[in-house]
Design a protein around this ligand. Structure first.
Ligand SMILES: [Cu+2]
Length: 456
């Protein structure tokens, strides 16, 4: 029985994948669909149609006056349903409504008379894991909040690697407050490919948080009202249940906070820990927190912030369209994209890291994953010092360092010869083909005693 059940799930996922591909080809032919995360508001008395298409609710968020007729129409060639539930409460929380199973072309109408926010999903064969979630806001407020877009299609999400706070300049511990906002954005995964990212503060990775050992950190996590999901944060620097995740499960439009003491120095990954956790991480929800020892870190000329993660998009690099998260690919741990700072080879060209010859450079490097470790290597350089797995004691003269999923390091080096240096995951298919590649450009006088081409 169990085997039969699993095969059914797989067959469904394969069919869903085919439908998505066909749908995307259709988009390529010039038709335009509203992006995932789209919103709609209707005046009183009208009927609103929500399509169940390509494993999505379209629009995924509607705002209606009480008494509005909401007509759900299944446009997919498979069964769907509409259940009042959230993924994290599935099977546990009260269901205010549940549609029958809707076959291809079937429709079902719903009328809600009580004001409130109703989370919906399709709970057939884990369709909600593929993104089939939505929200109905029932309110008398007809000055609809429709001017609250989920994000401009294709906005850049890659965090600038120079965007991090400077070294701690304090001799005493203190109380540090951070405010993070989880927001779901329509971002550019690669040229011609968009993807709906779930982020901290709109970028991948989220902000680098920086404190001193012994500091007390107060972290406020706000989930943007436009979100389709609850979110949370688990910081590996935290000593306490769930790294904070147990007390920060936050619904859209709400804020939760907690306090922790930074006991251990080092560099630590943080990530969303809301079920289904690997999905939330794969959508872009990770970042780093640096806990400096009391004596601080060795001074350097440049610091950069880079994180690796996989994107289980259902499109490959080089194709065009809107890519959806592919749960089957994640199960197999076979991502089409492995990226630095969220986008295919984003930190190259105009967005390369730039230094002068002779400068000392530090890179804080972490792996959000959710699944693959990184064999971090800088082509043309040797790491003078690095802190394996973020440990206090450095290793010296290292060519390639292994950074586990959910782990981090910091590497330090001096560039002696001008030119372009390439930071990669030395599992090189990931770098060249799937995107885990960034460049560092060093400008300055040549050093022929160290490196020179010999002409004959
Ligand atoms: Cu999340």
């Amino acid at each position: 029985m169990e085997r039969f059940g699993r095969n059914t799930v797989w067959l469904t996922l394969v069919i869903a994948g085919l439908i998505l591909i066909v749908g995307l080809l259709d988009r390529g032919a010039g038709t335009h669909s509203a992006p995932t995360g789209s919103q709609a508001a209707v005046p009183a008395g009208d009927e609103i149609v929500v399509e169940l298409a390509m494993m999505r609710f379209e629009p995924s968020r509607i705002q209606v006056p009480p008494g509005t007729t909401i007509r759900f129409v299944n446009r997919d060639p498979m069964l769907h349903n509409v259940v009042h539930a959230r993924p994290d409460t599935l099977g546990k929380g009260p269901e205010k409504f549940r549609s029958p199973q809707l076959g291809p072309g079937d429709s079902w109408t719903l009328t809600l008379t009580v004001e409130g926010v109703y989370d919906i999903l399709c709970d057939i064969a884990g369709h909600f894991l593929a993104g089939m979630v939505g929200q109905i806001v029932v309110t008398q407020d007809t000055a609809a909040r429709e001017a609250e877009p989920a994000g401009t299609a294709g906005q850049p999400v890659a965090r600038d690697p120079r965007d991090l706070p400077g070294p701690i300049d304090r001799d005493e511990p203190t109380v540090v407050r951070f405010d993070l906002r989880t927001v779901e954005v329509e971002g550019q995964l690669a040229e011609g490919i968009t993807f709906t990212y779930w982020t901290y503060n709109g970028t991948v990775p989220g902000p680098l948080l920086r404190v001193r050992q012994g500091d007390t950190v107060e972290l406020y996590l706000t989930n943007d009202a436009s979100s389709t999901q609850p979110h949370s944060i688990d910081l590996h620097a935290v000593t306490g249940p769930g790294g904070g995740a147990a007390v920060t499960q936050v619904a859209p439009g709400e804020t939760k906070a907690f306090r922790f003491k930074a006991l251990h120095p080092g560099v630590y990954v943080y990530h969303c820990a809301t079920p289904h956790i690997p999905t939330h991480i794969a959508m872009g929800m990770y970042g780093l927190i640096v806990v400096e020892p009391p004596e601080g870190l060795v001074p350097v000329d440049h610091e950069f912030y880079v994180m690796q993660g996989e994107v289980y998009a259902d499109l490959r690099p080089g194709s065009q369209g809107h890519a959806a998260h592919d749960p089957a690919a994640m199960w197999d741990e076979r991502p089409n994209f492995v990226v630095f700072n969220g986008q295919f080879q984003a930190l190259t060209g105009d967005r390369a890291m730039r230094v002068n010859v002779g400068d000392t450079v530090r890179i804080f490097f972490g792996v959000g994953g959710p699944n693959l470790p990184s064999s971090l290597h800088l082509i043309g350089e040797v790491f003078d010092r690095l802190h394996p797995e973020g440990a206090a004691e450095p290793a010296t003269h290292v060519q390639t360092t292994l950074v586990p999923a959910g782990g981090a390091t910091w590497v330090e080096f001096t560039v002696d010869v001008p030119g372009t240096y390439t930071l990669v995951d030395h599992s090189l298919s990931r770098a060249v083909d799937k995107g885990a590649l960034a460049t560092i450009e060093a400008v300055g006088p040549g050093a022929p005693d160290i490196f020179a081409a010999l002409d004959d």
